[in-house]
Design a protein around this ligand. Structure first.
Ligand code: FUB
Length: 324
């Protein structure tokens, strides 16, 4: 399957339908001399472009909509963003390292889905780690999901949401017999979409057999990064990447805050270390937006966005697919 965008490298596609078009909010990968490491320093992105399409063939690049210099609190690494529409405005949620090197999540506001966006002067209070994914439920309540292990620093918050522990920096995570994996985080957003209504909560992803949380050592199923939420037939589908085992998986719940029960794999590993996605319904079909490194010949930090239709089985399970 060919990439949707070939003019620049793009990754982590968050797709939404706004004004009858699909808008894609990806990371903008770029070349760097920074050596590959498990902290992800080579993912040294400095701006965001927005793209739109009506047919998943012709794609319009709306140009740069936000860059590091426009974000007063950010120092580097504009990683995976997402966008939401509410109150007649468009909100771009994005992670970046602050001046101390700690990942925080910011919000920028625009009048149109294609931006440009103006960033708030400070990150969202109580935000940390990476990969924000926004979801506006049918009742108008908006949520922000986030978190990512290792380079995304989620493992550094063992002592509480406001206590970054540098001892946990690097490729470390919870492990041991019976030790539950760290869950992704979610918070309700305030009506103005700029802050968390209350502190973020850890989400539960349960093993369908034991009904207990997935374990930290279960690397084929535990949450690593790339949170996404979509609703289908009244159920809430929380999907994510398993990081070092390179799967996209999903878990299903009856509420946006869970608990969720592990449901299976969405996407087998792609070419490249990371895998990250979004799921959107458009003109009666369900599409998976994802990335791989085919265009760069397998360079992990030079990725390209792709999209393909996916399907549910008759019990509402997502049928596993491949990048082909
Ligand atoms: O693009 C940088 C990081 O790589 C993202 O934040 C992760 O989800 C992974 O795709």
């Amino acid at each position: 399957m060919p990439p949707l965008i070939t003019s620049i490298y793009t990754a982590d596609p968050s797709a939404h339908v706004f004004n009858d078009k699909i808008y894609i909010y990806p990371s903008h990968d770029r070349e760097t001399d920074i050596a590959f490491n498990d902290n992800g320093d080579q993912y040294d992105m400095a701006d965001y472009h927005v793209f739109s399409t009506s047919d998943l063939k012709e794609v319009t690049d709306h140009g740069v909509v936000l860059k590091t210099e426009d974000v007063p609190w950010a120092s580097k690494q504009l990683w995976a963003p997402d966008a939401a529409h509410k109150n007649g405005k468009y909100y771009l949620y994005f992670p970046a390292r602050d001046k101390e090197g700690i990942f925080r999540i910011g919000v920028a506001v625009g009048d149109k889905p294609e931006g440009p966006f103006t960033a708030d002067p400070e990150p969202i209070k109580g935000s940390y780690s990476i990969d924000p994914a926004s979801f506006v439920d049918d009742d108008g309540q908006a949520y922000l999901y986030f978190g990512g292990l290792w380079g995304g620093q989620l493992q550094c918050y063992q002592k509480g949401d406001d206590q970054y522990d540098p001892e946990w920096q690097g490729p470390k995570e919870v492990s041991g017999e019976g030790v539950a994996a760290q869950g992704p985080r979610a918070a309700k957003l305030t009506d103005d979409m700029h802050q968390f209504q209350s502190p973020a909560q850890e989400l539960l992803i349960l093993d369908p057999e034991t009904k207990k949380p997935i374990l930290g050592d279960d690397h084929a199923r535990r949450f690593f990064e790339a949170a996404w939420m979509h609703k289908h037939n009244g159920k809430y589908y929380f999907s994510y990447s398993t990081g070092d085992t390179h799967f996209l998986c999903y878990a299903v719940g009856d509420s946006p805050m869970g608990p969720f029960t592990y449901g299976g794999k969405i996407l087998e590993p792609v070419l490249g270390w990371t895998t990250h996605h979004s799921i959107v319904e458009y003109k009666g079909k369900t599409y998976l937006f994802f990335h791989d490194c085919e265009l760069s010949g397998g360079v992990d930090h030079l990725r390209s966005v792709k999209a393909k239709e996916i399907f549910y089985d008759d019990k509402g399970g997502i049928i596993t697919t491949t990048a082909d």
